[in-house]
Write a protein that binds this ligand. Structure first.
Ligand code: GLU
Length: 376
């Protein structure tokens, strides 16, 4: 069997926390002690250089009682109202717990559209990268109050997987009330076997997801498997681990607590590159000099300094073709600047971008993560 990934090897980690872990059912308040333990684990990872992003549920659960919404099933607008009240409490809990271990929390509220629309996607990704570079801990939830039924993730398992994909995280950890995937529901079937490593999400594995849980709860094994499919296809490993009644859940995972690891698909990271290279028709052309052509061939990003010409009309995030001085198509990528801005910064050093445009965007005109070399 292939070895399971180790938390210690991750450069960038996304951790998803469900409402049931974070919110005490008796008091309907955040479980401060548990959160303190998790924050300490995050601080330990961060101190070793691992970047950590949190995806946290709990907004609705933190507000239901205060609003008298105690029925098991809520209408969409009731959930959205509860989220509006509870998100403040959730953010406060995280900001406090992280501040206690010397970390700064940053809140992002995303919808499905933000992860599918190319421009919003690039914006959200750039913000996340900046926040990580600044040493903060992004804490993400779904923007429940604006999401309509059609554009809701509805569950944070899938949101967390999209975030892992967006930031190219090495690992996604879903902290749950169960320590992984079993061949059948272990609460009902005593013969159910725990699976420590899942190399591929086959139809047999999908069948182990069972039925979605009844009532209010949005998660269950089915959405975790959907998350595993997204994350592993994007090149991230994913673990389902127990967070319930475990005071330092990430430290416990590192120390070998039982969990299920889903291994990244071998083709994972290249899938996005194929999408950039194949699925999108370029809307413009950047003509680069010989130095930039060499830098691209060596795996570098495209800096404005090496750009000699800009053709076509494109917006930030649109696909563009990169041609060499002799017209050869060298690469395709997603532009970090709209064509008008690209034309103005072309030929200039990146530290002049702010003076030229009046605002400072990325140093690169196309970041290497958004660039695919053509022609072999
Ligand atoms: N976004 C919802 C909340 O914060 C939770 C969704 C989920 O738990 O999957 O309450």
């Amino acid at each position: 069997m292939t070895a399971a990934p180790r938390l210690a090897d991750a450069h960038r980690l996304v951790v998803k926390i469900g409402s049931a872990l974070l919110v005490d059912p008796a008091s309907a308040a955040p479980r401060a002690g548990w959160l303190a333990g998790l924050a300490a684990d995050i601080a330990a990872l961060r101190a070793r250089g691992t970047e950590v992003i949190v995806v946290s549920s709990g907004a609705i659960a933190l507000a239901r009682r205060a609003l008298g919404l105690t029925r098991a099933r809520l209408r969409l607008e009731e959930k959205q109202a509860a989220a509006a009240v509870g998100q403040i409490r959730l953010a406060q809990a995280w900001a406090g717990a992280l501040a206690d271990v010397g970390l700064t929390a940053a809140q992002l509220l995303l919808t499905l559209e933000d992860t599918e629309d190319r421009r919003r996607y690039l914006n959200a990704r750039a913000t996340l990268q900046t926040l990580l570079a600044m040493g903060t801990i992004p804490v993400i939830n779904e923007n429940d109050t604006v999401a309509t039924a059609e554009i809701r993730f509805g569950d944070n398992d899938r949101l967390a997987a999209r975030v892992a994909e967006m930031v190219e995280a090495d690992q996604l950890i879903l902290l749950s009330d169960i320590d992984g995937l079993y061949t059948a529901d272990p609460r009902r079937d005593p013969a159910a076997r725990h699976l420590p490593v899942v190399a591929a999400i086959t139809p047999e594995i999908e069948a182990m997801g069972g039925e979605p849980p009844p009532g209010y709860s949005s998660g269950g094994m089915r959405t975790k498997l959907a998350a595993a499919r997204i994350a592993t296809q994007a090149g991230s490993a994913m673990a389902i681990a127990r967070g319930h009644a475990v005071d330092h859940p990430l430290a416990a995972l590192e120390a070998g607590a039982r969990c299920t690891w889903f291994l990244p698909a071998p083709e994972g990271r290249s899938a996005r590159k194929r999408w950039i290279a194949g699925a999108l028709a370029p809307l413009g052309v950047l003509i680069v000099d010989a130095g930039a052509a060499r830098a691209l061939a060596a795996g570098g990003s495209l800096l404005p300094a090496g750009v000699r010409g800009v053709e076509g009309a494109f917006e930030r995030g649109d696909p563009v073709l990169v041609r060499g001085p002799d017209g050869t198509a060298l690469a395709q990528g997603l532009a970090a600047y709209a064509s008008a801005d690209a034309a103005r910064i072309a030929g200039h050093r990146s530290d002049a971008i702010e003076t030229i445009l009046g605002w400072r965007g990325r140093d690169e005109l196309i970041h290497r993560d958004d660039l695919v070399l053509l022609g072999g």
